[in-house]
Design a protein around this ligand. Sequence first.
Ligand SMILES: *[C@@H]1O[C@H](CO)[C@@H](O)[C@H](O)[C@H]1NC(C)=O
Ligand SMILES: *[C@@H]1O[C@H](CO)[C@@H](O)[C@H](O)[C@H]1NC(C)=O
Ligand SMILES: *[C@@H]1O[C@H](CO)[C@@H](O)[C@H](O)[C@H]1NC(C)=O
Ligand SMILES: *[C@@H]1O[C@H](CO)[C@@H](O)[C@H](O)[C@H]1NC(C)=O
Length: 543
Amino acid sequence: MRWLLVLLLSISATNGLEYIFKPGPLIPATKGEVWPKPQREDKLDDGYFSVLPSFFRFALSKNSSTCATLTEALDRYRHLIVFNNRRVQKIYFKVRSCHEADANFLGYLTSLEVELTGKCDDEEFPSFEMNEEYTLNVTSATQKLTSSTVWGILRGLETFSQLIYLTDDYSCHRVETTQIHDYPRFAHRGLLLDTSRHYHTKESILQLLDAMSYNKMNVFHWHITDDYSFPYVSINFPELSQKGAFHPTLMVYDQKFVKEVQEYARKRGIRVLVEFDTPGHTLSWGLAKPDLLTKCVNVPRLELGPIDPTKNSSYEFVFKLFDEIKEVFRDKYTHLGGDEVDFACWESNPEVNQFMVDRDIADYSALQSYYIQKLIDYVSSIGLKSIVWEEVFTHNATLPETTVVNVWKSDDPQSVLDQVTKAGHPAIISSYWYLDILQTGGDWLKFYNADPWDFPGTDQQKALVLGAEACMWSEVVDSNNLESRVWPRASAAAERFWSAQAPKQPALLEEVWPVASRLQEQTCRMNRRGINAQPPTGPSVCF
Ligand SMILES: *[C@@H]1O[C@H](CO)[C@@H](O)[C@H](O)[C@H]1NC(C)=O
Ligand SMILES: *[C@@H]1O[C@H](CO)[C@@H](O)[C@H](O)[C@H]1NC(C)=O
Ligand SMILES: *[C@@H]1O[C@H](CO)[C@@H](O)[C@H](O)[C@H]1NC(C)=O
Ligand SMILES: *[C@@H]1O[C@H](CO)[C@@H](O)[C@H](O)[C@H]1NC(C)=O
């Protein structure tokens, strides 16, 4: 890459990056750089191919397995390569024919060979254990993408589509000779969306999945209900959304859509991890089921509290709901929540206190643990694996070692992560990637510089970190501003989750520029594909 290191007058901008004064785009986009950065990428020489988008095809190897998931992906990526590039070229520039002549020109790349060496099964959903490794060679000798799984092929197709760039005179699309061997650093690379505090339209959820696949994120953590609304249309308890959604028919996710989301995600190698958060964050459940919640006695502004952990009927209800969740959602993991339980209501209720005396439950943390332990035992008995927010662990619930702890608080995530993994639990870390917290719009560097392994643990402890998530809490976000709030700030997280561990980027302009320019290209690429990602860093231009 060529860098114009112009060290003119500089000032420190509020996003931590230094601006310089010079006309023109501050952050030039790179050309054909892959985001997130592959584990291993070698440019062999200065050779390049030209791609005539309209004539480009994928060619399945004779030996390759095939299935609908694969062929649909080839169609999707061909469409992105052909129509997107051609459309952009047509909008901005008069279409000129591409004439390449110099010595580095290796010819026109009319097809990429694709070989899936393992089996391909359209019934198979992506899982925590899926293998996403692939190799991609575009050299004078071979032009081929290989993987043993369809998930690896999906990641490789994304990479290939990103290698194609438009030349400076806008006349040709090129791919430089490249050898890539790539696989993720973490198996769990999530994006949480809260669909309770605001309703997000079905279209915007599907589009979010598209954008996730452009950034190789593979877990859609669907925080589907909370205090404010219950948009999930339950089979067993339809009254929950009839009374608890913002609107009983317009602002709900019915069974058909829940199925559609999972199928759409599956085709992109994305898992759907659903979270029905209990026993707190359930006020909207009480609109249909008031008896489920604890009655608060003389608590200002609060009539009902968390799920009442003293009643058998509470467990009967919650267990029946999880029976349904197990049938409806295909992933082996479910997120049980368990965060931010407000104890004021339990404290105020004499029956709750009597229940605790009768059972020797020492304090409200222990009461919360009593509830969540029963729930974990139940979901495990029906074959689901549990993920819980960190309080369940820090409040000393007795957890099976396999329970995954989701660290999220920002006060001291390193020490919590250390304790969780010392206790032998797998962990997921979200603390550093709260997309709802805005400094300036361009505050991606803090997301880029945080690392899931930033804690003083042994290698064995670090191996228990399954991955990380960026979180989009929706207090002030709905479908109108979702995309620009998430992208490309979550792209910074996505590279941290996929790519090899890298040194922190200093806020010095000439050193952060290579990353900023790559992120600029990724942003422009998402824009071309119809994602309203906001400009990441500063004055710039996208074509
Ligand atoms: C196809 O597979 C066979 C058996 O594994 C192998 O001998 C052959 O070279 C392969 N052909 C191609 C074109 O890769
Ligand atoms: C790509 O090239 C490397 C190095 O020559 C080779 O080991 C690998 O098998 C090739 N992969 C494909 C898919 O051609
Ligand atoms: C609740 O369930 C427990 C254990 O199954 C049982 O001993 C108890 O009598 C039940 N209480 C009520 C009020 O049904
Ligand atoms: C959990 O146990 C630790 C260590 O015994 C103790 O310091 C802490 O106060 C306990 N937390 C709660 C909420 O009971």
